[in-house]
Ligand binder design. Sequence first.
Ligand SMILES: Cc1cc2nc3c(=O)[nH]c(=O)nc-3n(C[C@H](O)[C@H](O)[C@H](O)COP(=O)(O)OP(=O)(O)OC[C@H]3O[C@@H](n4cnc5c(N)ncnc54)[C@H](O)[C@@H]3O)c2cc1C
Length: 636
Amino acid sequence: MSNIKPYEGKSYEIIVVGAGHAGTEAALAAARMGHDTLLMTMQLDSIVALSCNPNIGGTGKGHLVREVDALGGEMALNIDKTYLQSRMLNTSKGPAVHSLRVQADKREYHEAMKTVLENEPNLTLRQGEVVSLLYEGDIVTGVATATGAIYRAKAVIVCTGTYLRGRIFMGELNYSSGPDNMRPAEELSSSLTDMGIGLRRMKTGTPARIHKDYINYENMELQEGDETVVPFSFLNSEKILDRPQIPCYLTYTTPKAHEIIRENIHRSALYLGDIEGVGPRYCPSIEDKIVRFPDRDNHQVFIEPEGASTKEMYVQGVSSSLPEEVQMEIYKNIEGLENVRFMRSAYAIEYDAIDATTLKNSLEHQKWNGLFFAGQINGSSGYEEAAAQGIIAGINAVLKIEGKEPLILDRSQAYIGVLIDDLVTKFTDEPYRMMTARSEYRLTLRQDNADLRLTDLGYEVGLVQKNRYDHFYHKKENVDSELKRLQNIVLTPTEATNSVLEGLNSAPIKTAVTMAELLRRSELNYLSLAPLDIERPVLKKEVWEQVEIQIKYEGYIQKQQQQIDKFRKLESQPLELEFDYDDVQGLSTEARAKLKQIKPQSVGQASRISGVSPADINVLLIYLEMRRRRKFNEMA
Ligand SMILES: Cc1cc2nc3c(=O)[nH]c(=O)nc-3n(C[C@H](O)[C@H](O)[C@H](O)COP(=O)(O)OP(=O)(O)OC[C@H]3O[C@@H](n4cnc5c(N)ncnc54)[C@H](O)[C@@H]3O)c2cc1C
């Protein structure tokens, strides 16, 4: 490459490297906030490639999609245009874990996003490989490409996913490659290493794709989509989405398949020891499952369509790095796949990722000014996790070059806050997947109220456009006024009222109650109370649903708010990056070392670092108080 003659290309304000799920959100955010942005990616034909499972959302991940949407992102709008099947999960449980999971038409998803990128003002979409970053002192100033182009910028966002020094593994075979045999990015890693940015190997895997006409669906369980499709985007909340839905199927592995795996486990790249990187615990390969759960006779396998115009079917639950011939024997022993015809084989892929604890909670690098990282390169796993980091990195790169404070969402505001805080505070040695269990404030961080939590913040930073803000504002106004109205309606124990309640299998009232109090009864809901609420205004579903949730869970939400207030106390105690922990007497050796390594930006963040005890936090708080008083006295 070195004999390529460099040439000066156009300068931009922001450059984004990689048009995956992180890069597209980052680039769109920067361009929509009015800044001249270059989105450079290795293949225009793999923009937002769904390299693994063809679905968006699911538990925890659906929350992230809604939050990206609420902030003015594109992912939710894109999937509402290109879904194949939509299901709301966990509806038998409380609203905190209701999660939308939507199958995407992979080809359409890619094309729809590419169209959005091509038509976005301020955004230049360019095919090419970034081979190095440019810098002066500790300031990043641009990128160089494999074709010799030099592009200058005030900020660079690296979103290279699973491509950096990508290597595919299939049994004894391994070769340099990005996902799906796309070209890997071989050179940027050494540029990052030269800048002192540590890299580590991570790994993930995917199952085979098989031909739909060679599947026997007879003994499989049909999995249909919901009759009424709930849109992912708040902007579509009142729209009827009625694309034709395609079913999925549930089947199972067999003891014979398990036997084949056990007999060949020594040929799996993972067990051969060829793979150095650590894989995602929550998306284990079939080999891992057999080893981890030796007594299980079968494992669930979901057969999912990849697109309306393709015969390819995704086999969820059977990712593997075993040799191809062994894979085929395994698949033939999955119920209904006796005549299986492979279209793409399963494989594992290893790639370079950074240690995200070297980043600030704005996703800017602690040492390199103007350099941001987002997506799988930060050690996360999943399209949704990538998109969430991408939009925040895009917003913060803009705020950086505008000389403004970054947008930091804390753990009580958003799952995005939980995601980024976990990545930059707790070293994760395996790809990090979002789950609702990772949040301390699940009941507050529901997917249904992401707009009420975040849209005004997106508007303040200049990303949320007027139409979205107006939609949000009217919803909020209507929710607030309806809450007030229901709290002010007083029902007395008349015969008429009590006979309605009786009709609803609800106990009669003996004293005056408000409509809100009635609505708290589990057997009653907003719609069923209509006969008692004759002056009720006509409200949109998203409004009365919100009102119902806020009233029914009011007690729990208030209790959680008290915990949040306590959390925010420590979160609002800042710690500067260059804080001198050697000056703090009484810290444990382990805590001092960890604090110096991770450089937390608040006492709250410090309290979440493993190895930093509550006693260490007390020592720190006392030290900060003493320092504050000293400064005060010096100024007095
Ligand atoms: C085989 C496989 C299995 C997976 N399994 C799972 C799973 O089970 N569960 C799960 O949640 N997630 C899984 N994923 C992960 C999921 O695909 C990623 O999390 C997601 O795609 C990450 O998004 P991203 O934007 O960070 O990167 P990507 O989507 O990988 O996009 C990166 C982009 O950067 C471009 N690029 C890279 N280097 C350069 C460069 N030097 N110059 C210019 N452009 C560059 C690439 O062309 C690509 O477009 C899997 C991914 C793969 C590949």
